[in-house]
Design a protein around this ligand. Structure first.
Ligand SMILES: C[S@@+](CC[C@H](N)C(=O)[O-])C[C@H]1O[C@@H](n2cnc3c(N)ncnc32)[C@H](O)[C@@H]1O
Length: 342
């Protein structure tokens, strides 16, 4: 197994679990956690520790980080330590131009705004809130003050047919950089077999690649399933054009995620399922010691297992990693993975 101790370059701080949306397939929908907030004084101590550890990027995540009471102050604090500060947000709060200005002036390094739907009607369907026009206004506000956010869009079974409308929206709003992400299982909904059949996901990548051949915006695909489900010639093009990202950082131990109470999560999608029930104390604990603990080692070993024995001899295993391994808790990898594409 790889030694991950020195691999950690990024940390995620879950500032709050409250959200101004209520997305159907969100991984963070545990009602019990809904009102939890990160204590700002403790967050500062954590940032001091992460700076000492040489972490180069901190991502603020939630819930919806822009509604955290200390949102602007925490960005300033991170930047003062010389660390890049990013945020994953639905972008609605940036419809307030002054708020957008405050965020940019605080020194935010990158903003990833998730687009939930291509019409207000669908936005309500997926998030139970009216938010599309606010989100688009937020995007335009940030652009008007010289800050270009990246837009992300999660593809699930239910919204595949709206893809054409999404492309129109991206083009009409002159959005330049887009990440299309494929949905991952929602662990909290234990039944959560699939919100999208992964064979269909593979075929949909084939379609997307052909459809987006001549578009003016830049895009990457963040794929959460085995790459052999994509046609090999298209996959090769996507790899050569650097348009494909695989999503599991647990395997490499490249990131550390703190929940609102400073318990460490294996990844964002493990909301409510920390490595252990003890909060990380930056005055006593270290990432290296945590990474060497039995819980984390065992967990990473599981994440690094080949889902199918054919993966062992696959030449692109290092790029692929099998996708989100939590999927195999619900479905049998051997029904999906075959050598035929490789
Ligand atoms: C949980 S949200 C938190 C930040 C913010 N509230 C937002 O909506 O972007 C972080 C990102 O994860 C995405 N996401 C949520 N559930 C997901 C799932 N099951 N699979 C893949 N991405 C998911 C969201 O669309 C969003 O881009």
């Amino acid at each position: 197994m790889q030694n991950a101790t020195s691999n950690v370059k990024s940390a995620w701080l879950t500032t709050n679990r409250s959200c101004n949306n209520n997305c159907e397939w969100c991984y963070a929908q545990n009602e019990k956690m809904r009102n939890s907030n990160m204590d700002f004084e403790k967050a500062k101590q954590m940032i001091d520790y992460l700076a000492k550890e040489g972490i180069s990027k901190i991502v603020l995540i939630g819930g919806e980080p822009t509604i955290y009471n200390h949102f602007v102050d925490i960005i300033k604090y991170i930047r003062n330590k010389g660390i890049c500060a990013s945020v994953a947000t639905n972008g609605r709060k940036f419809a307030d131009l002054q708020f957008a200005k405050n965020t940019v002036e605080a020194g935010i390094s990158s903003i990833n705004i998730s687009l939930k739907a291509s019409s207000e009607e669908d936005y309500v369907k997926y998030t139970k809130k009216n938010g599309l026009s606010e989100m688009l206004k937020g995007y335009q506000n940030l652009c008007s003050i010289g800050f270009k956010p990246v837009i992300s869009y999660v593809i699930v079974d239910d919204n595949k047919d709206e893809f054409e409308k999404v492309i129109n929206l991206i083009e009409n709003n002159k959005i330049e950089d887009v990440i299309f992400q494929f949905v991952k299982p929602v662990i909290e909904l234990q039944k959560s077999s699939e919100i999208m059949d992964i064979k269909k996901m593979g075929q949909f990548v084939n379609y997307i690649y052909k459809r987006l051949k001549d578009v003016k915006f830049n895009y990457v695909l963040e794929v959460s399933f085995p790459l052999c489900l994509i046609d090999r010639d298209i996959l090769d093009n996507l790899i050569n054009e650097k348009k494909i990202l695989t999503c599991c950082h647990i395997q490499k131990g490249a990131g550390i995620i703190f929940d609102t109470d400073f318990k460490v999560l294996p990844c964002n999608h493990f909301a409510g399922f920390p490595f252990d029930n003890k909060a990380f104390d930056p005055n006593k604990d270290t990432i290296s010691a945590l990474w060497c603990s039995n819980n984390v080692k065992k967990f990473r070993q599981k994440a690094q297992c080949y889902p199918s024995k054919v993966c062992k001899s696959c030449e692109i295993w290092n790029i692929c990693g099998g996708g989100c391994f939590t999927r195999w808790l619900y479905i049998n990898p051997n029904d999906y993975i075959s050598h035929t594409n490789i």
